[in-house]
Design a protein around this ligand. Structure first.
Ligand code: NDP
Ligand code: 2IT
Length: 446
């Protein structure tokens, strides 16, 4: 690592204490950018990196709400407006008890590069709350969402900042948030994406992240002259992204043998297919935080407190959350014959685990490239909202597929151009960076 990059990292750690996920995300990107800075000293003299690691704006607010027992509860709400160089801030909202400022800053930082890769005009942002949806009634969730939006609505707008879903935020939550925005602002606009299909949403948005991830993995497999047909696949998580990924793997002839939750993982040697895929939706809406019920329902093996990385598989699609593949897991995956890891989640792989994959020269794609299909389809929802014309399922899916192929090719050509052929991490970080950096330079001291 160059002295310059080391100094930036040191300063970030000193200035943003107790935000290890943010440090991790920044370190991964900066390491990829060394070679860019050697070729383009202007980014250094104009302090582009120092500017990019500082959010344009951070909003932090109180969210008071009343539970079903009539007791007052207080949560903390956030919106990180990271970078608007190429378009309005865009990125999801996460409701999960593990949410902190540092987690949302890592996600907002990743989002800037991801959105740049989609080729659509979207800046980067992220928000959310430490609110736990688990065990809450619909009414409690509604009251929470209404209170959250009562503050957030001052800061967002269809041309300013356009939130969407993430962990713990699906169509139900987006509905409550959208309803409240409309009551306060008296405007029907595309201020949120992931909306219901009858009130401005886009077809394919619910499936988009998972589909996009598998489209990306399909391109990766093509570089090794192979396909999903007959491949055995490990998926982690059982939420929105995992659900879309499982559907598309099945469609392409692969077999998904695992799903996981915070409680452990299930192993289904016949494959998660048919009605079992619909059962995933039930699991998610049960608000129970557990995947074990799947094992009971379909009489398959449940492995408590473990991640699904110790099974014999060809492909792994981590789709649950950050830092779920550690160094030992990476070694285990390699030992079991896995040769393609394509991230549906954001930053599921630690830097040490990534180094193992890189050194083994297996196919490995970082989430900011391979899970960009979700936000790309959000961008397509924004286009449809602006035109006030909905597209068919086929039209949206075709555009999503094209975007994923384009992102894949951009990663490949950029990695090659900067001397590290086959390295999707460098390809994604460098290509994502160049567009945003050049836009910032064009716009003066922003
Ligand atoms: P969901 O809430 O639908 O599902 C998340 C899954 O991960 C659930 O199975 C959840 O279980 C599990 N999970 C959440 N937190 C933890 C934790 N701390 N430890 C273990 N398991 C956990 O979210 P999504 O499917 O939307 O998101 C999954 C990942 O994909 C995240 O990394 C997200 O940032 C990323 N992503 C999402 C996009 C989208 O459009 N939705 C787009 C791009 C990326 P439980 O809820 O029971 O805790
Ligand atoms: O991480 C992500 O890209 C998302 N959660 C989707 C963001 C969006 O605006 O659709």
């Amino acid at each position: 690592m160059s002295e310059y990059i080391e100094k930036i990292l040191k300063d970030i750690k000193a200035k943003n204490q107790n935000e290890p996920e943010f440090h991790q995300a920044v370190q991964e990107v900066l390491e990829s950018l060394e070679i860019v800075l050697q070729r383009h000293p202007e980014y250094r003299s104009l302090k582009i990196l120092e500017r990019m690691v500082e959010p344009e704006r951070v909003i932090m607010f109180r969210v008071p709400w009343m539970d079903d027992q009539g007791e007052i509860q207080i949560n903390r709400g956030y919106r990180i407006e990271m970078n608007s160089a190429i378009g309005p801030y865009k990125g999801g909202l996460r409701f999960h008890p593990s949410v902190t400022l540092g987690i949302l800053k890592f996600l907002a930082f990743e989002q800037v590069f991801k959105n740049s890769l989609t080729t659509l005009p979207m800046g980067g942002g992220k928000g959310g709350s430490d609110f736990n949806t688990k065990g809450k009634s619909d009414n409690e969730i509604m009251r929470f969402c209404q209170s959250f939006m009562t503050e957030l609505c001052r800061h967002i707008g269809p041309n300013t900042d356009v939130p969407a879903g993430d962990i713990g935020v699906g169509t139900r939550e987006i509905g409550f948030l959208y309803g409240q925005y409309k009551r306060i602002r008296n405007e029907s606009t595309g201020v949120l994406t992931g909306k219901g299909i009858n009130w401005g949403g886009s077809l394919i948005r619910p499936e988009a992240t998972g589909y996009g991830c598998v489209y990306f993995a399909e391109e990766m497999l093509k570089t090794k002259k192979t396909t999903f047909d007959g491949k055995v696949v490990a998926v982690s998580g059982f939420g929105n992204v995992a659900w879309g990924a499982v559907q598309k793997v099945n469609e392409l002839g692969g077999k998904v043998v695992t799903l996981s939750g915070p409680d452990g993982y299930i192993y289904d040697p016949d494959g998660v297919k048919g009605e079992k895929v619909d059962y995933m939706l039930k699991l998610r809406s049960s608000n129970k935080d557990a995947v074990e019920d799947y094992a009971k329902e379909y009489k398959v093996k449940f492995v408590p407190s473990k991640k699904p990385w110790d099974m014999k598989v060809d492909v792994a699609l981590p789709c649950a959350t950050q830092n779920e593949i550690y160094e030992e897991d990476a070694k285990e995956l390699l030992k079991n014959g896995c040769f393609c890891v394509c991230e549906g989640a954001n930053m599921p792989t630690t830097i040490e685990a990534y180094n193992i994959f890189r050194d083994a020269k297996i196919l490995y794609a970082p989430g900011k490239a391979s899970n960009a299909g979700g936000v790309a389809t959000s961008g397509l929802e924004m286009s449809q909202n602006s035109m006030r014309l909905p597209w068919s399922k086929e039209e949206v899916d075709r555009r999503l597929h094209e975007i994923m192929i384009r992102i894949h090719n951009t990663c490949i050509t950029t990695a090659e151009r900067f001397g590290t052929p086959g390295n999707y991490v460098n390809g994604a970080n460098i290509a994502g960076f160049l567009k945003v950096a050049d836009a910032m330079m064009d716009q003066g001291l922003v």
